[in-house]
Design a protein around this ligand. Structure first.
Ligand code: NOJ
Length: 958
């Protein structure tokens, strides 16, 4: 063996060792690898403070540039530099609060704190309300003045000067909606210059003072924590992160009024309504909810621990106020406590509210206060308000809303070909075949393992010929191999994240020694985007799309398996300041790349594991490495609901569970639930047994086929919902209370969910279930989606459960568009005729919508789409246009017709229908609700009305 061969062998052995170490670490959740609050200095400090009237006051309150500005000072200590505050109001009931260090203070702060760019959409600025005059007065019950800011007709915001407090209230009743610093826990640690040891003693005074001095906290403990701060470094296990500016955390309390539950702040595997983490009745050491993007192997199914993504947006909902929201735009590690009633019993604070209230404590390691208050008051108002700040979800391509088949890994071209052929043989549609990391040449992204995939273009073209697509994985860790073009270029251009010493950061990931592109920098993003051109990504074709994984970023040998907090980004930003937004930028740059590749004509599809607020604009996300266990199937629903509520509508969990081997029953149930996830993909770890749908015997194949068919039938409905999300932010999959906001029985229900406003789905999450209790909300009835059987609303039904399906119902009063002909892929269904399922309510009326466009381009932005409203009333079904008709708009047309109209709940037993536009009569027959397998026979069906889906028409039932 010559020396280079020896070197290669040693490297290979080293990699194998690392890989197997990594594998052993994935066998169970290694709690000790991750910090808890007590091991996180800022969290420990913030949690040790006690609520008490604040010693902070707002001074110099005035108007500037249409917003309220003020200084926040500590009335007990004039040595502490004041902070600057601004409050601005935006259309639709949004209040924005910013608090930062004062750049004009003497001495000035050592650097500008990181303020997250590129998350708030540019259009938001134009919604700012220009405040004309300052309304300052002493409100009832107060002894000092407050300044009042107009929000909308019903709500205003109050800045209380002394003690400093901010709240939003209902103007007519004066009742509070959300408040900040009502418990005096606001604290802001200002940046410091590192000084010689002797000078540091004096400085102890200078930070950490934005809190009340009267507090009865344990002085010893605080002293010990401060000493730790003075070390200018933090340690965890074998890692030390330097803190060149000392501790820089921010914390404050936020209260939600008229609230029964709080939700949101994904991503974690836990209940949908967030359980309290502190206060009377709870164990002392329960952990706060953590927001710190991490690659958590084999995560457990119920923990406050944060996973791959972070969205610091919390929503409250309750019977008395309705819904409100609070979003803190901050990308540093965050920890949030939800407190139980009575946690503040000794504080001497009594808040003016006769309504239920939920108090929370927000703590972040760095950054600034850039917070948004959303008044609601309806659930859909809050998501609209939030997505007007962070953007609505991108409109996906039609194929991406269908079924995806993934595995780590499809071995080679033959494997791909076989899997593809088997779908056809088994009459199971699918749209996308995925290739994981093994398809590359040694985990060098943008390359192919030429032994296994010698003809990548041909392989993609074969799939494309059936209307199918392929996705390959592209991760941020870039192999540090001088012969690798990507690494060479990134190194030469200086495009990698730097370590604390200014060298290219070098960490371990799949390829071994790796560096990470610094996509915070727009220039680097643009370069990264160009990597996806057909010319640069050799072997890629127009039907290839992308999967971004490990972008938390995952660093196997880093602290908590991620990048050290003192790594440095563009503009001198410390990694600790932006950690949670790293993956967001990488996802964004990749999506930009696909858009550039198609000359701005092809909608990108990029799946990302790491997310931040606003990721909905860049593509889909999945909930990472779950396990083939029933409890993981169960928790996938609250996880997806939380993501949807916080803007990320296009999400799903690995169907079947990533780790482990699902029993066939679990796999089938997972497909039955997964068919209703917005993002529907099966995926599995390479150590698991193969589990393509046909491998579990004929009966299970049939059941899985059936579940996938349900999704394909409902694609027109799903696509319409994706468009609704794209225009309004309202998620595709939603909690029941989003549709039934005053029904308390739904507030804590995370086993059932709504798909749009028309379908309610109840998952089955235990094996061998024979019966299930299902609560159907509202006053109207519900129709079983398969049989058409009617169930009364407003009550719990005990249902018999078979292996065939999970309970799913269509709400009375709705119309669902379907396509009932089964093809190989969604693309092949494009011109298929429609079925309209009309579920009549007690007034024999119903309504629904259909949105159609070309499924791939951006022409819809110029009006090239069909948007219909179907209204059934007084025995007539009418199709009306909702799309703009002005001549300047582009057009989209289709010759698809309506082939069947099904009337559920029709009282009169009609015989014929009259098509007004053609003046023809057609027969009404009794037919099956589902053609396949003849389910639900005996439903009233208008056959072949022949009207075009794009036209205006009326059909009268005779
Ligand atoms: C981790 C991802 O979560 C998983 O889905 C993927 O298969 C592996 N990385 C390998 O790329």
């Amino acid at each position: 063996m010559n020396p280079p061969q020896m070197k290669n062998l040693t490297l290979l052995l080293l990699l194998l060792l690392l890989f197997s170490l990594h594998l052993t670490s994935v066998l169970s959740w290694k709690k000790d690898e991750f910090r808890n609050c007590n091991q996180t200095p800022f969290c420990k400090r913030a949690r040790s403070r006690k609520p008490a009237p604040s010693s902070l006051i707002a001074t110099h309150v005035s108007l500037s540039d249409g917003e309220l500005v003020a200084k926040i000072t500590n009335r007990r200590d004039d040595q502490i530099k004041p902070l600057i505050l601004s409050l601005s109001a935006y259309q639709d009931g949004i209040l924005r609060l910013k608090i930062d260090e004062d750049p004009s203070s003497i001495p000035p702060p050592p650097k500008k704190r990181f303020e997250v760019p590129d998350v708030v959409v540019p259009e938001f600025a134009s919604k700012k309300l220009w405040l004309q005059k300052l309304d300052t007065k002493t409100l009832d019950g107060d002894s000092s003045p407050s300044s009042i800011v107009y929000l909308n007709e019903e709500y205003d915001a109050v800045l209380r000067h002394e003690p400093f407090e901010i709240y939003v209230r209902d103007k007519s009743s004066g009742k509070r909606v959300i408040s900040l610093n009502s418990h005096g826990l606001f604290d802001f640690e200002q940046l410091k210059h590192k000084k010689p040891k002797s000078d540091q003693e004096e400085e102890k005074h200078d930070h950490d003072q934005y809190q009340d001095d009267d507090q009865d906290h344990d002085q010893e403990q605080v002293k010990e924590e401060k000493d730790e701060d003075e070390d200018w470094a933090e340690r965890f296990r074998s890692h030390t992160d330097s803190r060149p500016y000392g501790p820089q955390s921010i914390s404050f309390d936020v209260s939600f009024y008229g609230a029964d539950f709080v939700y949101g702040i994904p991503e974690r595997a836990t209940s949908f309504a967030l359980k309290p983490t502190r206060g009377p009745g709870l164990e002392d050491h329960s952990e706060p909810y953590r927001l710190f993007n991490l690659d958590v192997f084999e995560y457990v199914h119920d923990a406050p621990f944060g996973l791959y993504g972070s969205i610091p947006f919390m929503i409250s909902h309750g019977k008395s106020h309705g819904t409100s929201g609070f979003f803190w735009l901050n990308a540093a590690e965050m920890q949030i406590d939800v407190l139980t009633a009575g946690w503040d019993a000794d504080s001497g604070i009594s808040l003016p509210s006769d309504r239920s209230r939920i108090d929370t404590l927000w703590m972040s390691e760095a950054g600034i206060v850039d917070a948004f208050f959303f008044v609601g008051p309806k659930p859909k108002d809050v998501v609209r308000q939030y997505t007007s700040v962070t953007g609505t979800p991108a409109m996906p391509q039609l194929f991406a809303t269908a079924y995806h088949q993934c595995r780590w890994n499809y071995r080679d071209e033959e494997d791909v070909e076989n899997v593809d052929a088997k779908f056809d043989e088994n009459n199971i549609p699918y749209d996308v075949l995925w290739l994981d990391i093994e398809h590359t040449d040694g985990k060098r992204y943008f390359t192919w393992d030429r032994a296994m995939f010698p003809h990548p273009e041909e392989m993609q073209n074969k799939l494309a010929a059936k209307g199918r697509h392929m996705v390959t994985i592209v991760d941020p860790h870039t192999k540090r191999d001088d012969g690798y073009f990507l690494h060479k270029e990134a190194t030469q251009k200086g495009y990698y994240v730097k370590d604390a010493n200014g060298n290219d950061f070098d960490g371990w990931c799949w390829p071994g020694s790796s560096s990470y592109p610094d996509t915070l920098n727009p220039e680097i993003r643009s370069w990264w985007a160009d990597r996806f051109s057909y010319e640069n990504y050799v072997g890629s074709t127009p039907s290839l799309y992308i999967w971004n994984d490990m972008n938390e970023p995952s660093v196997f040998n880093g602290p908590e398996l991620t990048m050290p907090r003192d790594a440095l980004h563009y503009g001198g930003v410390e990694h600790r300041e932006l950690h949670n937004v790293y993956g967001y930028y990488f996802h964004m740059a990749t999506a930009d790349g696909l858009q550039k590749r198609g000359n701005g004509k092809d909608r990108p599809f990029v799946l990302s594991r790491a997310i931040f607020a606003g990721s909905q604009r860049h593509g889909a996300i999945w909930t990472g490495d779950n396990t083939a266990e029933w409890e993981h199937l169960r928790v996938s629903v609250p996880m997806i609901l939380s993501l949807g509520l916080t803007g990320i509508s296009f999400s799903g969990a690995d169907v079947g569970g990533f780790f482990g081997n699902p029993e066939p029953e679990l796999l089938v149930r997972w497909y039955q639930v997964g068919a209703f996830y917005p993002f529907f993909r099966a995926h599995a770890h390479h150590d698991t047994k193969r589990r393509e749908p046909w491998l579990f015997g004929e009966r299970n194949t049939e059941l899985i086929r059936d579940a996938i068919h349900v999704r394909y039938m409902l694609l027109p409905y799903f696509y319409t919902l994706f468009r609704e999300a794209n225009t309004s932010g309202v998620p595709v999959v939603r909690p029941l209370w989003m549709e039934f906001p005053s029904e308390e029985a739904t507030f804590n229900n995370d086993e059932a969910f709504m798909v749009g406003n028309s379908i309610l789905v109840q998952g089955i999450y235990t094996e061998r279930v024979k019966h299930a209790s299902v609560y159907l909300p509202g006053k109207q009835s519900w129709y079983d989606l398969r049989t058409g059987t009617t169930y009364k609303g407003g009550m719990t039904h005990k249902l018999d459960i078979s292996e065939d399906s999970i309970p799913a119902f269509q709400r009375a009063g709705t119309i669902i568009p379907r396509k009932d002909r089964f093809r190989r892929s969604s693309t092949q269904m494009v011109n298929d005729p429609y079925t309209l399922v009309i579920a009549l309510n007690s007034s024999q009326a119903a309504e629904g919508e259909l949105y159609v466009d070309d499924g791939k381009s951006f022409d819809f932005k110029n009006g090239a789409y069909i948007h219909r409203r179907f209204v059934f009333a007084d025995g007539k079904l009418t199709s009306v246009n909702l799309a703009p008709t002005s001549p300047g708009n582009s057009r989209f047309s289709t010759s698809s017709v309506v082939e069947r109209i099904i009337l559920l709940g029709n009282a009169s037993g009609p015989k014929r229908a009259h098509i007004e536009s053609t003046n023809l009569n057609v027969d009404i027959e009794l037919g099956p609700l589902w053609l396949q397998r003849g389910r639900g026979s005996g439903v009233v069906t208008i056959r072949k009305p022949g009207v075009r889906i794009a036209d205006d028409w009326t059909i009268k039932i005779l």
